[in-house]
Design a protein around this ligand. Structure first.
Ligand code: ADP
Length: 366
């Protein structure tokens, strides 16, 4: 070895972040550096002269992965791989490996260089994220199930209360004083409201359960919604405007509910004395659609931009703006069902724009 080669090998020997080793044409280890010792735990005299296969798991060895990697390096010049490898103490580390074939002056393979990085921390972080997402999904399913069972079972006692209240009124009709009648009216009102909430919760837990993916013509959908809301639109002098809207893959009933909620909110939360104007638009980017529903209403202070999507969250008393606080929670779930998201851009007193995205590609491949 000449002086320059000597310096070069010394330099490689000292590298501690990477295991850099040379192997002969059969995969026998010929040298060992500080990084290899740190990552794999062996001292050089323990490994030099043995096969590189010793770092592979039993499963990888049975499947002949080490031989396959050498074969790829021979045919393609180099082979890349990521996977679990075994340290001296038997523990595993996640290796990122590059094996490169070395040729002699006659073009024949004389051996291989092998550079390995230990990416265990990154791999474990990735696994933790996947685990966390699975756990969240499980918890969400449990919550949905709970919401369904609770709202379903609450209907029966509520029906009994409503029924008994009506029977009491009929039986006592002429015998009770106006104050008692008023109290009974309050009971009736409260039970009606509770029914609304329970139905809202039940609908929430059902979103996406019984629907099929279809092609939804959004312009047609908005025209149908306009017909459904004809009286509200006329009574409030609302102007609804939309330009070319796409036909997309989605869940029709749910998208109808999404647009209906956003449009009726745009009308409901109008400024006193001003006719509501609701504008609907859609933009496409990389196959993903983002819809916007803009209004000229009272707007939403920045501090509440996330809170409003949580079920039963409202910013006004029922006396000022009637409602249950379920609509936007429905919208949030519908956006998720369409592999998208929902968010709002708004300033108090300056109208609101609700955006939601739909990813038909992800939806079709799910
Ligand atoms: P609800 O309309 O039944 O109150 P939502 O879940 O649809 O329930 O909305 C939650 C809250 O978000 C509303 O009570 C209101 O305070 C606010 N909000 C929703 N849409 C608008 C809008 N277009 N303009 C202003 N505030 C809105």
């Amino acid at each position: 070895m000449n002086h320059e080669e000597n310096v070069f090998y010394k330099m490689i020997y000292e590298v501690s972040d990477y295991a850099i080793i040379m192997m002969d044409a059969n995969g026998t280890i010929m040298n060992w550096n500080v990084g290899a010792q740190r990552i794999k735990g062996y001292a050089s005299e323990e490994v030099i002269g043995s096969s590189f296969k010793r770092f592979y798991t039993e499963k990888d060895k049975t499947e002949q992965k080490p031989d396959q990697l050498l074969a790829t390096a021979i045919h393609e010049g180099s082979a890349k791989d990521e996977g679990w490898r075994v340290k001296k103490d038997g523990s595993l580390f996640w290796a990122n490996v590059l094996i490169t074939a070395i040729h002699g002056s006659d073009g024949k393979i004389t051996g291989f260089s092998k550079v390995t990085r230990d990416l265990t921390e990154r791999k474990n972080a990735e696994l933790a994220v996947v685990e966390h997402a699975k756990e969240l999904e499980k918890k969400n399913k449990e919550l949905e199930q709970f919401a369904y069972i609770a709202s379903h079972d609450l209907q029966e006692p509520l029906r009994t209360i409503t029924c008994l209240n009506e029977m009491l009124r009929d039986t006592l009709y002429e015998k009770i004083d106006p104050q008692t009648t008023q109290m009974m009216d309050y009971i009736l009102e409260a039970t009606q409201r509770m029914r609304q909430l329970i139905h809202g919760l039940l609908d929430y837990s059902r979103i996406g359960k019984e629907s099929d993916l279809v092609e939804v013509n959004c312009a047609q959908l908005i025209n149908h919604i306009k017909m459904d809301l004809k009286i509200l639109i006329e009574d409030t002098g609302t102007y609804i405007e939309f330009e070319s809207l796409p036909t997309i893959w989605g869940y029709e009933l749910e998208l109808r509910q999404m647009f209906t909620n956003l449009i009726t909110n745009g009308i409901k939360f109008r400024k006193p004395g001003q006719s509501p104007i609701v504008r609907i638009n859609a933009k496409e980017k990389n196959g993903k659609w983002t819809f916007s529903v803009n209004d000229n209403g009272i707007g939403i202070p920045q501090a509440f931009h996330e809170k409003i999507f949580v079920i039963f969250q409202r910013l006004h008393s029922r006396e000022v703006y009637e409602g249950t606080g379920i609509g936007l929670a429905h919208c949030h779930k519908i956006a998720q069902l369409h592999k998208g998201d929902i968010w709002v851009d708004s300033k108090e007193g300056e109208g609101s724009t609700f955006y939601f995205s739909v990813d038909p590609k992800k939806l079709k491949s799910a």
